[in-house]
Design a protein around this ligand. Structure first.
Ligand SMILES: Cc1ncc(COP(=O)(O)O)c(C=O)c1O
Length: 483
C-alpha cells in the first residue's frame, strides 16, 4: 500500500468506523456465536500473496462483526464503561503513525514531555494535592500505565523494595527472601481481583479487610487486621484502597485508613479505576478526600473519560520510589539527559521497556471536549443511572442493593439467588441488552452500569421495560409451578 492508496483506504476506513458507530444501535449487542466459530471461517495459513483491501473489509463484516460484543452499543450495561470518542481515535491514529517507542526522553522527547504535562493537566482537573504533580521541579508526577492492574502491581513492587531497604537498615542479617516471606499487603473484601493477582506476582501475602454495611473498608477493621498480623510476626507494607469498587461502586474510607498507613509505614495505593473520572466534577471531588495520605493513586481515563483503551493514569508522590525500584540502565538506553531536572525516563516507572505515544489521545480529548464537556458527559451518565434507580424503586418486586453514587445500579428481584440467576440468564439470552452480575455478601445481584457514550434516557426506559417483562414471565412461571 503506497501513500496514494493509504489516503483512499484511510478515508474508507473512517467512513466504515463512522457508520459502525452511528448505526451501532441496530446491531445485536451480544453475539450469537459458539466457541471456535472463527477458525472455521478463516484459512489455515496466512496468504502467500497480497490480498485486496476491499476483500479484507468485506471479511470484517462476515467474520469479525458476528463475534463482536458491542461495548459501545447503548444497550450495553455490563462491567464498567470503556471509553470511546472520535478525538481519541484520531489521536491514536497519529500515535500509530508516529510509531515511536518512548522508553526514554531521548527515544522521543515529545512522547515523554507531553505525557508529563498531560498527567499534570489531569491531576489538576481532579484537584490532586500538588505533591503528586511533576510541575517544573516537583518530586512526584504521573505516568500512563496500560491498566489499573499494572498500576497496582507497580505500586506494590515499589513498596516491597522500599520496605526491604527500610527493614534491612535495622536488621542487616535479614535476607531479602526472609523479609518478603513476612510481608503482608491489605485490600478490602470488595477489591478488584487484580489485587490478588498482583500479590501472586509480587510473592507476598495478602489479607482482606472486612467492609462495613456500605461495603467500605474502615480504619477500625484495618487496625484489627494489622495488630493481629504484627503479633504473628508479619510485616504490613502495602494497602490497596478502592474508590468505586467493581461490585457496587462503594468507597473505602481514606480519611480513616490513610493516617493508619502513614503511622505504620504502609504504602497506601488508591485504585479508583472507574470512579476516578467523576472527580473532575467538583460535586464528586469529596469522594477523593484523604488522597493526601496516599503514596500512589490511579484511575482509568480509558474507562470513563472518553480516552480509548489503554490509558491508566497513575501518580506518585515521590517518583524516586519508582525509579529506585525499577532502574536498570544498559549502555544502549543511556543518553545525555538521563533523569535530570524535568527529564523523565518512563521506562523506570513501569514493567515493560516499550511504550506507545498514549498522551496524544489524552491531549486531543482534553482539547476537543474541554473540561466542561467532560464534566457534562460524566454528569449525564450519573443522571441516567439515577433515573434507572428510580424506575427500580417504583417496582416493589425489586430491591436496590447498594447506594447509587455514580453510574452503577445494583439491583435484584426480592427473592432467592436462583430466581435472580435465572432472571439474568433470560435477560441476556434475549440479546436485547447485556448485563453482568456480582455477589454482594451472600446475595446474587444484577449490575446495571451506564456505559455507552451515546446512551440516552430512552435506552434506559427500553432496558427497564425488557427487564420487567422478563421478570413478570419468570414470576408467573414460578407461581404456576408452585400451584
Ligand atoms: C476497581 C477496579 N480496579 C481494577 C480494575 C481492573 O482494570 P484494568 O483492566 O485497567 O486492569 C477494574 C476493572 O473494572 C476495577 O473496576
Amino acid at each position: 500500500m503506497d501513500t496514494t492508496e493509504f489516503r483512499k483506504r484511510g478515508k474508507e476506513m473512517v467512513d466504515y468506523i463512522a457508520d459502525y458507530i452511528e448505526k451501532i444501535e441496530e446491531r445485536q449487542v451480544y453475539p450469537d456465536v459458539e466457541p471456535g466459530y472463527l477458525r472455521a471461517l478463516i484459512p489455515e495459513f496466512a496468504p502467500e500473496t497480497p490480498e485486496r483491501f476491499e476483500d479484507i473489509l468485506k471479511d470484517v463484516e462476515r467474520i469479525i462483526m458476528p463475534g463482536v460484543t458491542h461495548w459501545h452499543s447503548p444497550y450495553f450495561f455490563a462491567y464498567f464503561p470503556t471509553a470511546n470518542s472520535f478525538p481519541a481515535l484520531l489521536g491514536d491514529m497519529l500515535s500509530g503513525a508516529i510509531g515511536c517507542i518512548g522508553f526514554s526522553w531521548a527515544s522521543s522527547p515529545a512522547c515523554t514531555e507531553l505525557e508529563t504535562v498531560m498527567m499534570d493537566w489531569l491531576g489538576k482537573m481532579i484537584n490532586l494535592p500538588p505533591q503528586f504533580l511533576a510541575g517544573k521541579d516537583g518530586e512526584g508526577g504521573g505516568v500512563i500505565q496500560g491498566t489499573a492492574s499494572e498500576a497496582t502491581l507497580v505500586a506494590m513492587l515499589a513498596a516491597r523494595t522500599k520496605a526491604i531497604h527500610r527493614i534491612q537498615l535495622d536488621n542487616e542479617n535479614l535476607t531479602q527472601g526472609e523479609i518478603i516471606g513476612r510481608l503482608v499487603a491489605y485490600t478490602s473484601d470488595q477489591a478488584h481481583s487484580s489485587v490478588e493477582k498482583d500479590v501472586l506476582i509480587a510473592g507476598v501475602k495478602i489479607k482482606q479487610v472486612p467492609t462495613d454495611d456500605s461495603f467500605s473498608a474502615r480504619g477500625s477493621a484495618l487496625r484489627k487486621v494489622i495488630d493481629a498480623d504484627k503479633a504473628a510476626g508479619l510485616i504490613p507494607f502495602f494497602l490497596c484502597a478502592t474508590l468505586g469498587t467493581t461490585t457496587c461502586c462503594s468507597f473505602d474510607n481514606l480519611l480513616e485508613l490513610g493516617p493508619i498507613c502513614n503511622k505504620e509505614n504502609i504504602w497506601m495505593h488508591i485504585d479508583a479505576a472507574y470512579a476516578g473520572s467523576a472527580f473532575i466534577c467538583p460535586e464528586f471531588r469529596y469522594l477523593l478526600n484523604g488522597v493526601e495520605y496516599a503514596d500512589s493513586f490511579n484511575f482509568n481515563p480509558h474507562k470513563w473519560l472518553l480516552v480509548n483503551f489503554d490509558c491508566s493514569a497513575m501518580w506518585v508522590k515521590k517518583r524516586l520510589d519508582l525509579t529506585c525500584a525499577f532502574k536498570i540502565d544498559p549502555v544502549y538506553l543511556k543518553h545525555d539527559h538521563d533523569e535530570s531536572g524535568c527529564i523523565t525516563d518512563y521506562r523506570h516507572w513501569q514493567i515493560p521497556l516499550g511504550r506507545r505515544f498514549r498522551s496524544l489521545k489524552m491531549w486531543f480529548v482534553f482539547r476537543m471536549y474541554g473540561v466542561s464537556g467532560l464534566q457534562e458527559y460524566i454528569r449525564k451518565h450519573i443522571r441516567i443511572a439515577h433515573e434507572f434507580k428510580d424506575l427500580v424503586l417504583q417496582d416493589d418486586r425489586f430491591e436496590i442493593c447498594a447506594d447509587v453514587i455514580l453510574g452503577l445500579v445494583c439491583f435484584r428481584l426480592k427473592g432467592s439467588n436462583e430466581l435472580n440467576e435465572v432472571l439474568l440468564k433470560n435477560i441476556n439470552d434475549a440479546r436485547k441488552i447485556h448485563l453482568v452480575p456480582c455477589h454482594l455478601r451472600e446475595k446474587f445481584v444484577l449490575r446495571f452500569a451506564i456505559c455507552a457514550r451515546t446512551v440516552e434516557s430512552s435506552h434506559i426506559q427500553f432496558a427497564w421495560k425488557h427487564i420487567t417483562t422478563m421478570a413478570s414471565v419468570l414470576l408467573k412461571k414460578q407461581e404456576q409451578s408452585t400451584e
